[in-house]
Design a protein around this ligand. Sequence first.
Ligand code: ADP
Ligand code: MG
Length: 702
Amino acid sequence: MSQRINTQFFDTKIEFLKGVGPTRAVTLNKELKLFTFGDLVQYYPFRHEDRTSFQRISELNDTMSAAQLKGRIRSMTVIGEGHKRRLTVEFTDGTGIVEFVFFQSIDWHLKHLKEGGEYIAYGKPQRFGQRFNFSHPDLETINPENEGGGYFQPVYNLTETLRKKYLDSRFLSKIMRSLLEQATPHFRETLPQELVQKYRLLPKAEAMWGIHLPDSQYALTQALRRLKFEELFYNQLRLLKNKLLQKREYPGQVFGNLDMLKTFYQQHLPFGLTNAQKRVLREIHDDFKSGKQMNRLLQGDVGSGKTIVAFISMLMAIDNGAQACLMAPTEILADQHYRGLKPFCDALGINISLLTGSTTKKGRKIVLPGLQDGSIHIAVGTHALLEDTVQFKNLGLCIIDEQHRFGVAQRAKMWAKNETIHPHILVMTATPIPRTLAMTLYGDLDLSIIDELPAGRKPIETVHYFETKRLAMFGRVKEEIRKGRQVYIVYPLIEESEKLDYNNLMEGYESIQRTFPEYHISMVHGKLFPYEKDFEMQRFVKGETQIMVATTVIEVGVNVPNASVMVIESAERFGLSQLHQLRGRVGRGAEQSYCYLMTGVKLSKDTRIRIDTLCATNNGFDIADVDLKLRGPGDLTGTQQSGLMDLLLADLAKDGAVLKAAREAADEILQEDPDLILPKNEPIRSHIDSLRKEETNWSRIS
Ligand code: ADP
Ligand code: MG
């Protein structure tokens, strides 16, 4: 648990709580990692059952997600043998009869339920012929506490062991009540009064009651809002404070001289920059002039022209006596950057080198000393650049392309490549991240966005084909090749079954050969040696082959403007962002481009949404929003990002508004009181202290 409430009361062991005791405490320790009052009170329910009112059996209908009944057991019958054995219970409230069915704990139920006994039942009604059926409803004898309804039953995550020992949600809510009764005077307000008022938040203690044992839907909503706000506020406060610290503590090299940039701009740049590119370059240049070290995230949809922004930024560094490096996630990409930038560098008298895993020993003997003595100005490469043997004379700017493949650790490593004065860092990503996620993941980075594609680009036309309509798709592909365009055909790659994928790809390759006997085909997949991959890639780049059959190795960044068709095989096996990335390989020239999504005929609901979204829009940010909703933030980022781990309650896909408010609040407070020394911010200081204490406790345990 990350957000402990720090007073001694909350350090009390749970065995001392009424209704728990030593034996149950051990079980709760083991099963849920709940040790103290503080742990328990922060073990939040994940939903609530609405037990406020009772339904009549005569009123039940198929659309109800749950119903609460009050009535009497008419009869109990055990039917069947072995694993088919089940208990059916007839239950009536005078307005009709329903049936409860139990497949498990039959003997227990036989022992505890009584024919003629009066109970309250809660569960999901399902129509079965004339009657409604409840499978494993929750049954309780009527008592003064439940007979009037009027409450919400919190539902907690449980384990099988807990259930077997009857330490269920009802039990937890009981001990929670007795804990909350004792705890109320001990809760400390963790937010300054000013914020509580301005954002109309519930006081802490009230929110803690409300999240466990709300007395209305409204109370629950308010409790959640308050606690999410708190969580996001501290998350943002930490990120913004880090950002502030970095700015204050780390000087950056000043790159004021722009001669080389001007020469490049006037004489060599083959196109005019878009307004968005210009704006972003100004933002970067402002950082370069500030004397502070830059940490900036550049987001731009596929094809928005990030590479040239990177290059121009590197020119600023070089023009001022520093070196720059550009790190890409794959060799193909590093290679492509190198080849793309080399002619510009030659024209400007800049030395650029490539360093990847397949750079030979001989090659390294040239590159490494060149970087060390400063004669090489730009290093383009893969994570090979991170190795300790790679030393720069004066690294001034490090650009990381397609960040989602790299972690925070790598950023830090590049940063340490210049101990005298840390390099400016520019992280570029083509997977647009929803703003909410960017704020949490990269809240400590400044954000630049290229939200405009170069002029003349036509939106890619995306069409979904079922497997059965393959011939029609091939027909359209042929048409494009006849016009002189090139085509990608991409197959999925699943790590669990490389062999299967390989077979898939090979079969595909052969069928494409049969369908297009008059054309040349390249093939790239993970089993090729880098030089083979490269050879195949280059044939395609040079236009010697018309079709590129590949696994997802071509996913990021590959740039062949003449390619106008992207066929994605088994599209149901790709994530939304990945599909968008793949599609982004076409639509880079002036021609109309197409993306064909091939799938089997049976699609899950999620797949349907993915395919429909893709067909409907080319906007990466819109797509990212849908993706976030479908998959949740954890999956979207691929890695466990520390920025997300302390979010217990907030859901970045849904709580954008609260996040925005929390960030605004954190920002305002830090602007006024960057060191948090004002008396009114005392609650913040002491809460941060308790969080810190918590973190050290945990690091000692794990
Ligand atoms: P990405 O942002 O996906 O990395 P790239 O930098 O690879 O995109 O650019 C995609 C293509 O657009 C390249 O061929 C590049 O030369 C071209 N390009 C970039 N900026 C412009 C521009 N302002 N006008 C025209 N074409 C541009
Ligand atoms: Mg790119």
